[in-house]
Design a protein around this ligand. Structure first.
Ligand code: NAP
Length: 291
């Protein structure tokens, strides 16, 4: 049954998600709303995306906002501190997308290495961020006989992979480096010139995290100058723009932020967004609470 709760979707993502929301709630589409409108007071929920989440300005413009349900696992486009401060709940879509993103990372490794190596078997793989997706990548890389090391904030004593508290040391000890951490102020440009140079002319960088993890001009320069062996990229600093120079490089594989873009996963993500909103409005515990 359709409720009178007002839900604002920020970006034209999954049409399935839009249908599900439209069937259940009074749906407002940010891209269709005129700059000045009088619906602000009737919007209780925001459904954000990797492109437009919920920043302070959007939050302040919605006086009745109770919950932000993000159609993503990454929350770098949601002002979490401000939501916490204002008592606004936040949910995301973890787990249901993990396997697809890990598959894409391995696909990028294979696609990139095929051009520069005789074999992609048995390489030293360094993972930045051994969370849900990082761990799923490690499991897949193990089956290619790769040795796995990682850098994250904390050591995972239950895992047998080698931990490097210093990312430069991880890069020096890796032939392939995969970025799979959350984007925060601390991890912005975590892949800088020093890390790229430590990875070196035979090293390959795979980024399925967020574009701003990497200092993109430094990455492009290193690839052009041969200081880095190759790169497989799903994400970019200024999406949808991709640096022109990358298209002409044989040792680079670019895909357009499609890590979780399979029909099955997008459906699972959309269902999770809707179920979080329904739980919130019926005063039940949230399924995947963040704040
Ligand atoms: P997760 O389970 O929360 O894992 C996040 C990892 O980031 C953790 O291992 C964490 O380390 C690490 N991390 C956080 N701050 C760090 C820091 N300062 N230095 C080093 N590592 C740090 O999240 P997930 O589900 O695996 O997702 C990871 C990210 O992938 C998301 O945030 C999103 O940006 C990206 N993603 C991309 C796509 C795509 O389409 N390309 C799709 C989904 C997700 P600790 O364990 O030590 O805290």
């Amino acid at each position: 049954m359709k409720s009178s709760m007002g839900v604002l979707i920020t970006y034209p993502m999954s049409t399935y998600l839009q249908h599900q929301l439209n069937n259940r709630f009074t749906l407002f589409r940010l891209w269709d709303l005129p700059t000045s409108h009088n619906h602000a007071g009737s919007i209780q929920a925001v459904v954000g995306s990797t492109h437009i989440g919920a920043d302070r300005q959007l939050i302040d413009s919605l006086p009745a906002l109770e919950i932000v349900s993000s159609f993503s696992v990454g929350l770098d486009k949601v002002d979490l501190d401000y939501c916490k401060h204002k008592g606004i709940r936040v949910t995301n879509t973890p787990d249901v997308l993990t396997d697809d993103v890990a598959d894409l990372a391995i696909g990028l490794i294979l696609a990139t290495l095929r051009r520069i190596c005789e074999s992609d078997n048995g390489k030293k793989v360094g993972i930045v961020g051994l969370g849900r997706i990082g761990t799923a990548i490690a499991k897949r890389a193990e089956s290619f006989n790769c040795s796995i090391s990682y850098h994250s904030r904390s050591k995972k004593p239950e895992l047998k992979y080698k931990y490097f508290p210093n990312i430069i040391e991880l890069a020096s000890n890796s032939e392939i480096m995969v970025v799979a951490c959350a984007l925060t102020d601390e991890t912005h440009h975590i892949i800088n010139r020093e890390v790229i140079d430590a990875l070196g002319p035979k090293g390959v960088l795979i980024n399925i995290g967020r574009g701003s993890h990497v200092d993109e001009p430094e990455l492009v320069a290193a690839l052009i100058e041969g200081r880095l062996g190759g790169a497989g990229l799903d994400v970019y600093e200024n999406e949808p723009d991709v640096p022109e120079e990358l298209f002409g490089l044989d040792n680079v594989v670019v895909v357009p932020h499609v890590g979780s873009s399979t029909v099955e996963t997008e459906t699972d993500m959309a269902d999770l967004v809707v179920r979080n909103l329904e739980a919130h409005f019926s005063k039940k515990p949230l399924l995947t609470p963040v704040v």
